[in-house]
Design a protein around this ligand. Structure first.
Ligand code: DUC
Ligand code: ZN
Ligand code: ZN
Length: 492
């Protein structure tokens, strides 16, 4: 019998805190050994991968993914289900996704939403997975279920400050944060001021401005900046960790950075759309711009991108997630074109389903940009998400005896550049916002718990549907309140 199930030789192994020329041995789905190059000479293995000087990293962890969701953000329905979404994940080097289990406003229970989402995912996944609950009805039943959620392995939830179908009032946000503190739950916040957005939409409608590009106008930076500051203020009052999701505006990022400098447990996420897209992408002939409608929207240009890259470099942003929110483009029932009807024959921006696909392209786009130091790249695409959401060091690390053998193995430096096309991707969406971009990297292999599930040059997708497992998560190892003491209203 072989000593190991798999060995990965001759790679440049990049962790979040160091880079080394190492060989890796895998046994029973776990990292068994990590030794200086040549250290496995003489060992036998069932399978050997020669990484040929390519980078070897912990598998990507994408902590912001929407799959199989109903219409929540305007019209439209997710184009990807758990099968197509997770196969797209592994083809892009992501071995763990954390998706959303959406609670509808009419549904008082979070546990029911959790069970319904388990049903959709069970036996359908190529990658490992867990869920954040979306809490849109923060009534007493939902709040009373936080403890049971923790027991079910859910240690984070998402709330919204906008969208009629999802938005919570400030007092409801406080109810959520108060119980989240007790149960050690991280609260993710979609920080946009719904009233500012609705008011601006009315002004645009008065002028009969309906084209996709007005989506950007209707979500001005002030809506994000105000809500970000309010979210920080509310969480500071309760002294509880939050993560502001999909931050697009450098001015919002500076509120976050100020809070972090004060020592508050405020974390933040950004996404590729805020590094690579601008409002010009929504201003294309005809209805094309709808492809890049997401909220918050892509901002003005270079300066905003630069601010967001700097936030990744300096640690303001803890994670780079995809916010994969897939809608078909050319579909009038459930896709972007569902906003075209008799009343609006050219569509109306306010009804365009909000979201862009990006699960498969997240890591390769960021790596191809050649902007982040490699260890920082690992930190924001894998390790920090695992730490923040209670999966570390099982995920996001390569620690012998402890970590799952999840690896993303890249081509050696100088691989031939290529132009990205949607036909290369494995999602169930009929476009990518990044069509035609020059890519310098793509995952050559993806390994999940010791199994090669993506082999770009030999079969592509070689993993099996159903191999992906649900991950019960622990409390965050990154985030906690400032004070250990119980919150008391008498202190104020
Ligand atoms: N928020 C998300 O997190 N995803 C898609 C749309 C949105 O507003
Ligand atoms: Zn959101
Ligand atoms: Zn999202």
């Amino acid at each position: 019998m072989a000593d190991f199930d798999l060995v990965v030789l001759n790679g440049l192994v990049v962790h979040h805190d160091k880079t080394e020329q190492s060989d890796i041995a895998v046994k029973d789905g776990k990292i068994a050994k990590l030794v200086p190059r040549g250290g496995l000479n003489g060992a036998s293995a069932t399978k050997t991968i020669d990484a040929q000087g390519g980078m070897v990293m912990p598998g990507g962890v994408d902590a912001h993914v929407h799959l199989a969701e109903p219409a929540l953000f305007g019209k439209g329905k997710s184009a990807d289900d758990y099968e197509t979404g997770t196969r797209s994940a592994i083809a892009g080097g992501t071995t763990t996704v954390i998706t959303f289990a959406p609670q509808r406003k009419s549904e008082p229970s979070l546990l029911a939403a959790l069970e319904a989402t388990h049903e959709r995912a069970r036996d359908n996944c190529y990658s490992d997975y867990s869920f954040h609950l979306i809490c849109s009805n923060a009534g007493p039943k939902a709040i009373s279920e936080f403890e049971a959620l923790r027991e079910a392995g859910i240690s984070s939830l998402k709330i919204y400050m906008t969208y009629e179908a999802l938005q919570l009032k400030d007092s409801e946000i406080l109810d959520v944060l108060f119980e989240a503190r007790k149960q050690k739950i991280v609260t993710m916040i979609h920080a946009e001021n719904g009233a500012i957005i609705d008011w601006t939409i009315k002004k645009l409608e008065e002028k009969k401005l309906f084209a996709p590009k007005y989506h950007v106008t209707s979500h001005p930076p002030v809506a994000e900046i105000e809500a970000t500051y309010r979210a920080i203020s509310l969480s500071g009052f309760i002294d509880v960790p939050i993560l502001i999701v999909h931050v697009s505006s450098p001015a919002a990022a500076s509120h976050i950075s100020d809070a972090q400098k004060k020592g508050l447990p405020v974390y933040a996420e950004t996404c590729p759309q805020y590094l690579f897209l601008t409002r010009k992408d929504l201003d294309k002939p005809g209805f094309e711009g709808a492809k890049c409608v997401c909220s918050p929207p892509p901002r003005e240009g270079e300066q905003d991108h630069e601010g967001i890259w700097q936030g990744l470099e300096n640690g303001t942003f803890t994670v780079l997630s995809s916010d994969h929110c897939p809608f078909l483009y050319d579909n009038t029932e459930i896709g972007k074109k569902a906003c075209i009807d008799d009343e609006y024959p050219n569509g109306h921006f306010k009804y365009i389903p909000n979201g862009c696909p990006g699960l498969e392209t997240r890591m390769a786009l960021a790596l191809s940009a050649n902007r982040l130091p490699l260890q920082k790249f690992v930190e924001v695409t894998s390790t920090n998400a695992a730490k923040l959401y209670g999966l570390y060091p099982q995920k996001g690390a390569l620690i012998p005896g402890v970590s799952d053998a999840d690896l993303t193995i890249w081509y050696p430096e100088g691989m031939k550049e290529f132009e990205l096309t949607n036909s290369m991707l494995h999602h169930n969406v009929d476009y990518t916002p990044y069509e035609g971009r020059t890519m310098k990297q793509w995952p050559r292999y993806t390994v999940l718990r010791g199994q090669v599930v993506w082999d770009k040059d030999n079969g592509g997708l070689v993993g099996k549907k159903g191999y992906g497992q649900f991950l019960k998560r622990d409390v965050s190892s990154l985030a906690g309140p400032v004070s250990e003491e119980e919150w008391s209203v008498e202190k104020f």
